[in-house]
Design a protein around this ligand. Structure first.
Ligand code: HEC
Length: 190
């Protein structure tokens, strides 16, 4: 009788142990599956190097700025020129909406590095994509503002600037082990 009870206690204890070990194993597995890129703190030297690279990129941007002013500033800056039809019923709301959303994605008001939702590297790549696909400036805007598409030689110089700038930034990021946003997203997926 006594032996029987002891063995029951033993079984309970062993079962409990196995459960604890199993839970710990599952937890450990979960942890390893959600390991994110370690938070990166930019040292002062790295920041100084980044700042001087941004200054160089900005110097190369300034000759291209008139192109942005003509094609993008109405919706992506604090210098919107409202058109004559702004006062027409219903139009004001649409335009205000464009400027509000446009500036949240990309704000060109203060030169390079541009402000926006994403990391500046992503912003540059998005600008290239939108212009290449003819998505920006918005079609509805182009209907009322002819000749605002960035095409031909202008597009070439824009893309050269973007490609050169992103290559320089990626080189610096890599050298200092700074994760880019797309790498972080990839890491989150595991
Ligand atoms: C008529 C207003 C307007 C003009 C002009 C305009 N944009 Fe936009 N832009 C928007 C709006 C609104 C959005 C928000 C997203 C959307 O509606 O596609 C946006 C979004 C963007 C985005 C983010 C896209 C994404 O999906 O992440 C980029 C990049 C961009 N614009 C670049 C430009 C560039 C470069 C120019 C000039 C060549 C330009 N835009 C001209 C209104 C405008």
């Amino acid at each position: 009788m006594r032996i029987f009870r002891t063995s029951r206690i033993l079984v309970t204890v062993v079962t409990a142990l196995i459960t604890i070990v199993a839970i710990a194993a599952v937890r450990a597995h979960d942890d390893s599956s959600s390991v994110a890129v370690p938070e990166y703190t930019v040292t002062m030297e790295t920041q100084a190097e980044l700042d001087s690279l941004f200054a160089i990129i900005n110097a190369d941007y300034l000759p291209l700025k008139p192109m942005f002013e003509k094609s993008c500033f109405d919706c992506h800056s604090d210098q919107t020129e409202f058109p004559w039809y702004y006062e027409l019923p219903g139009i004001k709301g649409i335009i205000k909406d464009h400027v509000k959303h446009g500036r949240a994605y990309l704000d060109l008001s203060n030169d390079f590095p541009f402000a926006g939702e994403d990391d500046i590297l992503e912003i540059l790549e998005e600008i290239r994509e939108e212009v290449e696909e003819g998505e920006m400036p918005l079609f509805s805007y182009r209907l009322m503002h002819w000749g605002r598409l960035i095409e031909g030689a202008q597009q070439d110089s824009l893309f050269n600037w973007i490609d050169q700038s992103t290559a320089r930034m990626k080189e610096l990021y890599q050298r200092h082990g700074i994760p880019t946003e797309s790498e972080e997203e990839e890491a989150d997926e595991y």
